[in-house]
Design a protein around this ligand. Structure first.
Ligand code: NAG
Ligand code: NAG
Ligand code: NAG
Ligand code: NAG
Ligand code: NAG
Length: 324
């Protein structure tokens, strides 16, 4: 009874605003992807994807200066956008009412669903390669060119605070970053950064400005070599999913360490291949969506439901209850 209650409770928390699924150790996805958005729409190699807990899919396509929104089971997307937009680097959707958008001209604006209007939030010194809103309503921004990750409030009004790295001093020591791109802030306010040019993913535990390498050759743990990682996402057990951009694949950690998950047969444009993947997102059904940037398409890899069939349920319940 208690276990069931806990599971329901945890499940509620995990499905707050985007999907952080839990996977069994043997989970697999289809080798071949389905193209969800193709070249004629995706065009330029800049864009992003976000899938919320209601399975609404938001895809930013810079070429069209648009964000396409598919509500579950709908064929045609709702479209928002403006002709004077510059390239869209990142989107974040904290709830159905708003979409935060980061542009190549350093601006952050938000779209308000209720009025279908755009509001200027802030203007950084440099573009935010990625944006993320944590559970305490702070807006994080990775300033790729300045080698730092900063945060402000969601209205952009509180002074900018440096969360990781040293402004304008790129480096590979634990206090520095070199081309921070994808960011992820978990429920404990721990910050994960794809530290692109250092070929690693850094974890800055809440309140710490010294990072620990959690993926990439320089990690002291058993790891996997990365080449210019672009995005990171965490599942419910805090296992990492990384778009290993320069190696044209998606890798992930799990109870048995890191492994290559998707695009593991080298760069290319076949359905089982990727070319410089960027954003990663999970839908409600645990399928993985990948922005396959240089192929100018958004790919969907289906969960192989049978890959988890023989895993005893008890181990999965235990991993919920034991503190990590
Ligand atoms: C899902 O939809 C419901 C009903 O429309 C809404 O109340 C809720 O905020 C939505 N959740 C998310 C994460 O968008
Ligand atoms: C690309 O996608 C659009 C919109 O879904 C569709 O109309 C078009 O036929 C597709 N093109 C190709 C080559 O598949
Ligand atoms: C979408 O379709 C599936 C399968 O038909 C159904 O179970 C689900 O409830 C539908 N979702 C919505 C929001 O209508
Ligand atoms: C939506 O999320 C934003 C940012 O976290 C927050 O400021 C706003 O109050 C939320 N709106 C609703 C209706 O929950
Ligand atoms: C937002 O910024 C743009 C230019 O950056 C300006 O033209 C527009 O008037 C601003 N909108 C508001 C509501 O301040």
């Amino acid at each position: 009874m208690v276990v069931v209650f806990l599971l329901i409770l945890i499940n509620r928390i995990t499905t707050l605003w985007f999907n952080q699924p839990q996977f069994c150790p043997t989970v697999e996805w289809s080798r071949d992807a389905i193209t969800f958005v193709n070249t004629s729409t995706a065009g330029i190699s800049e864009g992003d994807i976000f899938i919320d807990a209601n399975n609404t899919i938001y895809i930013a396509v810079s070429q069209k200066k648009q964000i396409l929104i598919w509500h579950e089971n709908t064929t045609y997307p709702m479209i928002i956008g403006r002709d004077d937009w510059s390239l869209i680097f990142s989107i974040f959707v904290p709830n159905t009412s708003e979409i935060y958008i980061s542009f190549s001209d350093s601006k952050i604006i938000k779209w308000m669903a209720s009025t279908n209007t755009f509001v200027n939030i802030t203007h950084f010194q440099q573009p935010c390669r990625d944006i993320f809103i944590d559970i305490e309503n702070h807006l994080y921004c990775s300033l790729y060119n300045l080698a730092v990750v900063v945060k402000t409030s969601v209205n952009g009004k509180t002074p900018m605070m440096i969360m990781a790295g040293i402004t304008n001093i790129a480096g590979s020591t634990p206090d520095k970053l070199y081309g921070p791109s994808g960011i992820f802030v978990d429920r404990n306010l721990d910050l994960y950064v794809a530290d692109t040019w250092n070929n690693r993913v850094q974890l800055f535990s809440s309140g710490k400005n010294i990072g620990k390498t959690v993926a990439g050759q320089s990690s002291s743990d058993i790891t996997i070599a990365l080449k210019r990682p672009h995005s990171t996402a965490l599942d419910a057990d805090k296992y990492l999913f990384i778009s290993d951009n320069g190696n044209n694949r998606i890798v992930a950690s799990g109870p048995n360490g890191f492994r290559c998950l998707l695009g593991c047969n080298g760069m290319g444009k076949q359905p089982h291949q990727l070319n410089h993947p960027m954003a990663i997102s999970f839908d409600v059904h645990k399928n993985v969506f990948v922005y396959d940037a240089a192929n100018k398409r958004f790919q969907k890899f289906d969960l192989q439901i049978y890959s988890c069939q023989n895993v005893p349920v008890t181990t999965r319940i235990l991993s919920y209850i034991l503190p990590s």
